[in-house]
Design a protein around this ligand. Structure first.
Ligand code: ATP
Ligand code: MG
Length: 442
């Protein structure tokens, strides 16, 4: 409840080692602390934001009836030898030897482990489809970890896997995740474009990357600006509806540089609709049929016939999203962080001006805090003895979407209230509560 009691090590200036705004801001506001190259601790503020994002991701997975499980971070090399990826994965895989001299590894992804779970538990096609997901730390020994938590070595990912009887049903599962991703990113107030992508080491033939536009992104993207108009709000989980939605997106040219073809771009997209920019990959979905089920012998019985199940995998970079939202929303010129209220570290900051001799405003703050809390508003009181303007500056940086200011001549009835980045105005507490709660989802 009181800011002074929190572990939020705010820095006076931006640290010089950070190059992009999310990294700068996260270090300056004490959201994270680097522990070694590409490995970070998440301090209270950063952790809170990440947990709120994680929950939205989880809710949208549950809505397509994916089941949550939790697989370990440490895996045995055996299953990776079965799939043939133990050698292929190369130096990005962190390999570990235990005291029995067994070869283990810190999971960079979980296709093998989930296929092993599937083959030991599911025998009949009647148990299909199976959609399973977990939200767990991954480790990839990236060649050049950079940009803070955007490209790090240990990161938090939601990864899901689908198992179906044939390609047609497999594609239907793929499309469910396609919709679920659009919904997830919309709730995070991000404009994410699904783009046809190469499948890379995961393999397979159908794949989309979900990319949000940002100047600091690592992926170059080429698209038709009409793609932003495609609406998914009417789409249902019904097969046709989902297939149509994907088609609507695929009507428009949208690719990353791996698939870019200049002649094709110019032929398919009129000059005024061409967008050439950079983006951040926040999600990636793949359909790869029996690429893993065949070598790992994951099959079901279908009327006496043995069928290797058809699989897909679906990742969201939960920890990367914290940075991606900052990249998309931080106003560098006026230095304020515009968090979507659903994931803000605090929904409302109460900033009282007081002194050792006169703590009236601090007492008023406590009363206001209680009223906000009663109505489920996640608030914080800045009880530090800093001056008013540094308190405001601090909460602009941290980005509490709403702020209540208790200054020299604060009124009991009409409180000074503001939205981050905007001018303040007078409002009664009940109306403040209404304003904040109306912006929140139920
Ligand atoms: P990238 O091209 O950025 O390396 P990827 O294709 O290797 O990503 P996937 O294996 O599809 O990524 O992982 C799913 C998601 O996990 C990505 O869309 C991304 O948001 C996130 N992610 C991948 N690698 C990292 C990393 N090193 N640091 C943080 N997040 C990551
Ligand atoms: Mg990668």
């Amino acid at each position: 409840m009181f800011f002074s009691s929190l572990l939020v090590p705010i820095l006076k200036n931006y640290p010089s080692e950070a190059k992009i705004k999310s990294h700068k801001l996260m270090l300056r506001t004490g959201m994270i602390k680097q522990s070694s190259a590409g490995i970070y601790s998440w301090l209270p503020l950063g952790f809170k934001v990440m947990k709120k994002i994680e929950n939205i991701v989880r809710e949208e997975q549950n809505k397509i009836f994916a089941q949550e499980i939790l697989m370990p971070t440490i895996q045995s090399s055996e299953i990776w030898k079965e799939s043939g990826r133990y050698e292929d994965y190369g130096e990005e895989m962190l390999r570990i030897t235990d005291r029995q001299k067994r070869e283990m590894l810190y999971g960079p992804t979980n296709e093998e482990l989930i296929t092993d779970i599937f083959r030991s538990s599911i025998k009949s096609y009647k148990s299909l489809p199976q959609l399973l997901y977990h939200i767990q730390w991954k480790f990839r020994d990236e060649l050049r970890p950079r940009f803070g938590i955007m490209r790090c070595r240990e990161f938090y990912m939601k990864d899901a896997y689908s198992f179906d009887l044939d390609d047609d049903l497999g594609e239907h599962s793929y499309n469910k995740f396609f919709l679920s991703y659009l919904k997830t990113f919309k709730r995070l107030d991000l404009k994410a474009i699904p783009m046809a992508a190469d499948t890379g080491p995961i393999g397979g033939n159908l794949s989309h990357e979900f990319i949000i536009l940002a100047e600091t992104g690592e992926s170059k993207i080429y698209t038709d600006k009409n793609i932003f108009e495609v609406d998914h709000s009417d789409c249902t989980l019904e097969k046709k509806s989902l297939a149509n939605l994907r088609k609507k997106f695929e009507n428009y040219y949208a690719v990353t540089d791996e698939k870019f073809n200049k002649a094709e771009f110019e032929k398919l997209v009129t000059k005024e609709n061409q967008i050439e920019t950079k983006g951040i990959e926040v999600g990636h979905i793949f359909y790869f049929g029996d690429k893993y089920s065949k070598p790992m012998n994951a099959s079901v019985d279908h009327n006496g016939k043995k069928i290797f199940v058809k699989m897909g995998s679906y990742g969201v970079g939960v920890s990367r999203l914290v940075g991606a939202i900052i990249e998309a929303k931080f106003n560098e010129k006026n230095e304020f962080m515009n968090w979507p209220i659903n994931v803000a570290p605090y929904e409302c900051a109460i900033l009282p001006l007081f002194s050792k001799n006169d703590k009236t405003n601090l007492e008023k703050s406590i009363n206001i805090f209680k009223k906000l809390k009663d109505r489920n508003i996640d608030a914080i009181i800045d009880d530090t003895e800093e001056n008013f303007s540094s308190k405001m500056k601090k909460f602009n940086l941290i980005g509490a979407p709403y702020q209540i200011l208790l200054g020299k001549k604060s009124d009991d009835e009409m409180l000074e209230f503001k939205k981050v980045g905007e001018e303040s105005f007078k409002l009664k507490i009940d109306d403040i509560i209404k304003t904040i709660n109306s912006k929140k989802e139920n």
